[in-house]
Design a binder for this molecule. Structure first.
Ligand code: G6P
Length: 371
């Protein structure tokens, strides 16, 4: 009923709206007396110090959150991180031993591919840390450490608030590892945690784009396909934006690393093709920003209809943006928490304009318990 949806047209929009709260709840209680605290911890500080390699395994949207985790964990800990689809990891004979930490990310905690990846890792003596939204699910039960996301139950089949909560939890894991290994000192961890704590308010601000993006979605409902471009942490955001559109609107959509444009995807650009571009902050990594501006000008010159997600006040992109969606300025590594919001809304609204059930896309299940 409409009441259940909190006055929203569909659950997904309600859940998009609940993201500031999901983030705040996921962070709450995890920084105490200068230390990052996990929910369940059967690993010693020594075990964490001994880690010399991290694998992140997951499926679907959780996998995209893992791709974002790589940027933060490598930057903060100097540990090599590989991110892999759970279904590929297990059958590839990955190199694992007791000093390998496998981070398994799963909203449901019951996804068969991810569970089997966890079992495989443990059989090779690797340590497993689970990030999960469901208390006591199978994956956390079989793991050595657990960090729960507190996004609450998610009705929409396409993940939204659980995705943002996973991204936040991944950052906490990165900080916990950095702290145990001594690559970040207590005051630095405190500073990073404070930046994370400011994110629920930033996401709230990003939600002010909802009406603009819904209208844009209605205008794009007849497009044949959409492309998504990003760099750095904006690249996984582009992949997730494309996945959402495939899942909900049954449209052909692809996410690319913007630097790869010239190596192929630019051949797809034709008159009127909508291309969503996730701009990095002009203040964060100036080089990335400049390269993206040049990418947008190239695709616009070839006739693309550019939809640019950019930091507020980023005036350099205006001339190249057919549609400009402004998101709040936040630290570079944390930008996915705000840039993902308009992409979620875009997919949902295109789907709705095409007459589809946004909360129950065809052929998909919320949790996939067969391999
Ligand atoms: C299914 C869902 C996706 C989800 C994936 C992984 O395919 O439709 O939305 O991302 O499973 O689910 P998990 O529960 O492991 O995060």
């Amino acid at each position: 009923s409409a009441a259940e949806k909190g006055g929203h047209d569909y659950f997904m929009l309600k859940e998009i709206d609940e993201q500031p709260e999901a983030l705040a709840n996921t962070l709450r209680g995890h920084f105490d007396r200068g230390r990052i605290i996990l929910d369940e911890q059967r690993l010693s500080d020594q075990d964490l110090r001994d880690v010399d390699k991290v694998f992140v395994v997951a499926c679907g949207t959780a996998y995209h959150s893992g791709l974002i985790a790589k940027y933060a964990i490598e930057h903060w800990t100097r540990l090599p991180v590989e991110v892999e689809l759970a279904s590929e990891f297990r059958y590839r004979d990955p190199v694992l031993d007791r000093d390998t930490l496998v981070v398994a990310i799963s909203q449901s905690g019951e996804t068969a591919d991810t569970l089997e990846a966890v079992r495989h890792a443990r059989a090779q003596k690797a340590r497993v840390l689970a990030i999960c939204n469901t208390n006591g699910a199978q994956i956390p039960r079989e793991s050595d450490a657990v960090l729960y996301t507190h996004a609450g139950p998610e009705v929409g089949v396409a993940a939204t608030k659980t995705f943002l909560a996973q991204v936040a939890a991944n950052y906490l894991v990165g900080l916990a590892l950095a702290q145990a290994r001594g690559t970040k000192y207590p005051d630095e961890v405190a500073r990073e945690f404070a930046e994370l704590e400011a994110m629920p308010a930033a996401v709230q601000k990003a939600l002010s784009t909802v009406e603009q993006v819904r209208e844009l979605g209605r205008k794009l409902a007849d497009a044949k396909a959409l492309l998504f471009l990003g760099r750095h942490v904006g690249f996984p955001v582009a992949l997730e934006g494309a996945l959402k559109l495939k899942e909900l609107a049954y449209m052909h959509a692809e996410g690319f690393a913007a630097g790869e444009l010239k190596h192929g995807p630019i051949a797809l650009i034709e008159e009127g093709l909508p291309v969503v571009v996730v701009m990095p902050s002009p203040k964060g990594r100036a080089v990335l920003h400049a390269k993206m501006v040049s990418n947008i000008s190239e695709i616009q010159a070839r006739g693309a209809r550019t939809i640019v997600i950019a930091e507020e006040g980023d005036d350099t992109v205006r001339p190249y943006a057919d549609e400009l969606v402004e998101i709040p300025a936040v630290p570079t590594l944390l930008q996915p928490l705000v840039s993902s919001v308009p992409l979620q809304v875009l997919a949902a609204e295109i789907a709705r304009a095409r007459g589809y059930d946004v909360d129950k896309p065809r052929n998909l299940a919320k949790s996939v318990t067969v391999e």
